[in-house]
Design a protein around this ligand. Structure first.
Ligand SMILES: [Zn+2]
Length: 425
């Protein structure tokens, strides 16, 4: 029986009422005791004095590129990046090549992750076959194989009719439909936000209305069906307002925001080029303010990275041709602490909930807790450690981050999954 004591850390688990200096005894992947100054020994001891011990972080939106995109990331490199960033569970999106629209591939991802013994993997399967927007996948079989949600991410669920049917079918299985909200004809050809910043660069813009209009449609379908709509990578003031209103009407509508959308505005494109090209794009300062307000008041349910690695040769293309997306697993916690917690915008408790228990609830997994008898998935971090992020030294196979060279305050020091230390700084 493998045992581990995590000693002297400041244990914080808001939803379990834990906030104090405590020791944790872990045996065979399960938390057995939580108390100050545990006596006795274990096979291994992790000294956590001066550190925060939180529930393992859960990222419900990542792209791990396997199969088909191994030039940019593999399951192994992506999961190494995950645990280096403090994530003990991640949800890979289905827009791989081939698309994860079948139980065999879903099962393969889960099994391969179990072999790798890094972070847990909970796949998000496609809403439609090939994500082509024509015919629904077999939701029941996909859930049985391990899928926790459905999305045609990379693009929106194609039609209202398909969205309605998907929400109905997913509701019966207790799973959310995660939509990448965009009206393709409004954003066609766009490479950055449409606004004051796009004009001098001579680049074609993606208007806020592209995102807002699709959310209107989706909320209408959530209302019609009573299904669970989860809005991916929300980026506009209008989108926050729509989610806020839908929730006040009692609809099951949740949303996530990414660290890049709460940290940067569209002005970053002039500086970082294709490393600031993502979809949805970085928005205007007024949108970032609205997103921050949404985080503060609890309208935003989760911080998710939308980790989107792309090999250097792909991002070296001109702005109009380079693929959308930035990496994010290894900078998310540092950015959340630096941008949100240290300036006093949200509390440590709020940040931990936004990155653990609340995203876990969206995918209906009993994660994001620290309790006796519960799983020993833990993130240990030093909230004040100052460090410089160097993309080239990271674990991800790709380095496409606008935060390369940024000084951050707060770093992961150890990540524990199923009672095993899988990362140590
Ligand atoms: Zn997306």
């Amino acid at each position: 029986m493998a045992s581990l004591i995590v000693r002297g850390g400041h244990v914080i688990s808001p939803e379990d009422g834990l906030d104090g200096e405590l020791d944790l005894l872990i045996e065979d992947g399960t938390i057995r005791q939580i108390a100050p100054h545990l006596s006795g020994t274990a096979d291994e001891t992790l000294e956590a004095r001066g550190q925060i011990v939180s529930p393992g972080l859960v990222d419900i939106h990542v792209h791990l590129r396997e199969p088909g995109g191994e030039i940019s990331e593999t399951l192994e490199s992506g999961l190494r990046a995950a645990v280096a960033g403090g994530f003990t569970a991640v949800c890979p999106m289905p827009n791989t090549r081939p698309v994860n629209d079948n139980p065999e591939l879903t099962r393969h991802l889960v099994e391969r992750a179990e072999e790798l013994k890094l972070a847990r993997v909970f796949p998000i399967a496609a809403v439609s076959l090939g994500s082509q927007g024509e015919k629904l996948t077999d939701f029941r079989a996909l859930v049985d194989a391990g899928a926790v949600a459905f999305s045609d991410d990379g693009k929106p669920v194609k039609t209202s009719a398909l969205m309605k049917e998907a929400l109905e079918k997913a509701k019966a299985l207790g799973a959310p439909i995660i939509d990448h909200c965009e009206v393709p004809e409004l954003s066609a050809g766009g490479v950055m936000n449409e606004g004051e910043s796009s004009k001098p660069l001579g680049l074609r813009g993606i208007p806020n209305s592209s995102e807002d209009r699709c959310i209107d449609r989706d909320i209408e379908m959530a209302h019609a069906t009573g299904g669970h709509l989860h809005v991916a990578h929300l980026s506009t003031a209008g989108a926050i307002q729509r989610v806020r209103e839908a929730r006040s009407r009692g609809l099951q509508v949740t949303c996530e925001v990414t660290p890049h959308h709460f940290t940067l505005t569209d002005e970053a494109v002039a500086r970082y080029g294709t490393n600031a090209k993502m979809n949805p794009p970085l928005r205007a300062a007024s949108d970032v303010e609205a997103v921050l307000a949404g985080i503060q008041e609890g309208v935003v349910d989760a911080i998710a990275t939308d980790h989107a690695p792309h090999a250097a040769e792909l991002k070296a293309r001109p702005m109009s041709e380079a693929p959308f997306g930035v990496t994010g697993l290894e900078t998310a916690l540092g950015l959340a602490l630096t941008q949100l917690v240290h300036p006093g915008k949200i509390s440590m408790d709020q940040m931990i909930a936004l990155m653990s228990s609340r995203p876990a609830r969206i995918i209906n997994k009993p994660l994001g807790h620290i309790s006796v008898g519960g799983v020993a998935d833990l993130t240990v971090f030093d909230p004040d450690l100052e460090w410089t992020y160097r993309a080239a030294e990271g674990c991800s196979k790709s380095h496409n981050s606008p935060f390369d060279g940024w000084k951050l305050r707060g770093a992961v020091t150890a990540t524990i999954v199923r009672g095993r230390i899988v990362f140590r700084r």
